[in-house]
Design a protein around this ligand. Structure first.
Ligand code: DGL
Length: 277
């Protein structure tokens, strides 16, 4: 460890998601680690992952990891809760690159934040079905109670740009009712899109409930991971594109969405035939 050349330290970090949602994680990494170059891949042709089986997700993730390896990334962030829940444990045994996901950091933050020991998790069907948030939280403290609720309509609503719409608010009220009744004091936004609904969710849950966005802690974890491996970049190498974006379909739609949530403008997004990998 710590023996890497400056070229290796200057290599990009690979960040991927089933689509645009992982940009909420990428933007947090950009904010906390501005010296790092990123290669982002969004699997826009095959989104959503949240309703798919573990076998399918694992196949998709293996292909994406192989693609990112061709970009000579130095580490990988699985910026998708569903892929983290279903594929990370297997993939980390298969590759040599350092890799992290978003579920563990989110679980850790929530376990530390809760005062009354009652934590809610909202996520896709697949993430809730995996039970991984509960497993990690109770691994930290078995006395913590975890209440999961799948909110499958949130992803399409966010992608339709309806983050401040009464339709989304009505659906959110229905989804969140049962968590309000459980008297949780901490709620994990366990899906990449949900931080974009933060103000709406806060309005329904009230200020007493702490909202946990796993992206923040994931970026901290990435810094630690790079440090431990001697791979932290000191400065972004000159003459190289700092952030590169790849998708499996719909480059223009991706670009428009990305430009609505990222602090800088994306000019080009390249389409990759991910089935080839
Ligand atoms: N990125 C996914 C997640 O965080 C949400 C979108 C999907 O279902 O693919 O779980």
């Amino acid at each position: 460890m710590g023996q890497h050349t400056s070229a290796e330290r200057g290599a990009p970090v690979g960040v991927f998601d089933s689509g645009v949602g992982g940009l909420t994680v990428a933007r947090e990494i950009m904010r906390q680690l501005p010296e790092e170059r990123l290669v982002y891949f969004g699997d826009t042709a095959r989104v959503p992952y949240g309703s798919k089986s573990q076998g399918t997700i694992l196949r998709f993730v293996r292909q994406i990891v192989r693609f990112l390896e061709t970009k000579e990334v130095k580490a990988i962030v699985v910026a998708c809760n569903t892929a983290s829940a279903y594929a990370l444990e297997t993939i980390e045994k298969e590759i040599r690159l350092p890799i992290i996901g978003v579920v563990k950091p989110g679980a850790r933050t929530a376990a530390a934040a809760s005062r009354n020991g009652r934590i809610g998790v909202i996520a896709t069907d697949a993430t809730i079905g995996s039970g991984l948030y509960t497993q990690f939280i109770q691994g930290i403290n078995p006395r913590l109670q975890v209440f999961g609720k799948a909110c499958p309509l949130f992803v399409p609503l966010v992608e339709e740009g309806l983050t401040h719409d009464f339709v989304t608010e009505e659906i959110a009220r229905r989804y969140l009712k049962e968590l309000q009744e459980k008297e949780i004091d901490t709620l994990i936004l366990g899906c990449t899109h949900y931080p974009l609904l933060r103000s709406l969710i806060r309005g329904i849950m009230g200020d007493e409930v702490q909202l946990v966005n796993p992206a923040y802690e994931t970026a901290l974890d990435l810094r630690r991971l790079l440090e431990e491996n001697g791979l932290l970049s000191e400065h972004a190498p000159e003459g190289l594109e700092k952030y590169q974006y790849y998708v499996s379909d719909g480059a223009e739609k991706f670009r428009l969405f990305a430009n609505s949530i990222l602090p800088h403008e994306i000019r080009t997004t390249q389409v990759v035939d991910i089935e080839k990998y």
